[in-house]
Design a protein around this ligand. Structure first.
Ligand SMILES: [Zn+2]
Length: 217
């Protein structure tokens, strides 16, 4: 697992917030800024989508990203590509070393299928994304249901077996691990800090994360 530490210190961040377990979050990161997500207590899945702040119909694309790097896992050196095939952000530091973009976000439907019928009412990332879109007006932009596309799961370990199967495994992250990326365009960040209680991706215990932004070099 390839890891790289950051040279940025929290003291010089222009934005620094602790975000509670299970909740959605929306924020605009400007081109050239550095954006860090810290897994404060370890093994928290941070379901994330990115949109071009100037035109949200251009958004993070897992197929373009996988194709561009010729690999499935995201880590240092990965450029997160848009649906127009343009670089959105580049991962520049990463002390966890593996992030998933295949597993998708949890939803009441998937919770019901994967776990049990009585899990249906439980809070999900899909609901979080929809709530954020409905409530915030998403930084003044008009978003709707179809804008919620396949996402990134930071700190989530979804290994692919030699037979090509996806498995949801115990996380490899730990308290204080972080991932950091440089914005290559102005991006709206949409996060669901996963409320999932039934999946080892959260160690069955959703926990807070920290978001920091620097103005960059
Ligand atoms: Zn989730």
């Amino acid at each position: 697992m390839h890891t790289v530490e950051s040279s940025y210190s929290a003291a010089t961040a222009v934005f620094n917030t602790i975000h509670p377990a299970g909740e959605p979050w929306v924020h605009t990161v400007r081109r050239g800024q550095i954006f860090r997500i810290v897994d404060l207590e370890g093994n928290q899945a941070v379901d994330t989508l990115f949109y071009n702040a100037a035109d949200p119909s251009e958004r993070y694309s897992l197929t373009h990203t996988i194709q561009a790097q010729g690999a499935l896992y995201l880590t240092v050196g990965t450029t997160l590509m848009s649906s127009e095939g343009r670089p959105m952000l580049t991962i520049v530091a990463d002390t966890c070393g593996r992030h998933d973009t295949l597993g998708g976000a949890c939803s009441c439907e998937s919770n019901t299928v994967r776990y049990a019928l009585e899990k249906r009412h439980m809070h999900s990332c899909r609901d979080n994304f929809m709530t954020a879109i409905a409530k915030s007006g998403m930084e003044g932009l008009a978003f709707e249901k179809r804008d919620v596309v396949s996402n990134i799961n930071f700190f989530m370990n979804v290994p692919v077996t030699p037979e090509g199967q996806l498995t949801f495994e115990d996380g490899i992250s730990a308290p204080g691990k972080y991932v950091e990326m440089r914005a290559e365009m102005d991006v709206v960040v949409l996060v669901s800090n996963c409320p999932q209680l039934n999946n080892p991706c959260n160690a069955y215990n959703p926990t807070p994360v920290q978001f920091l932004v620097w103005d960059g070099a």
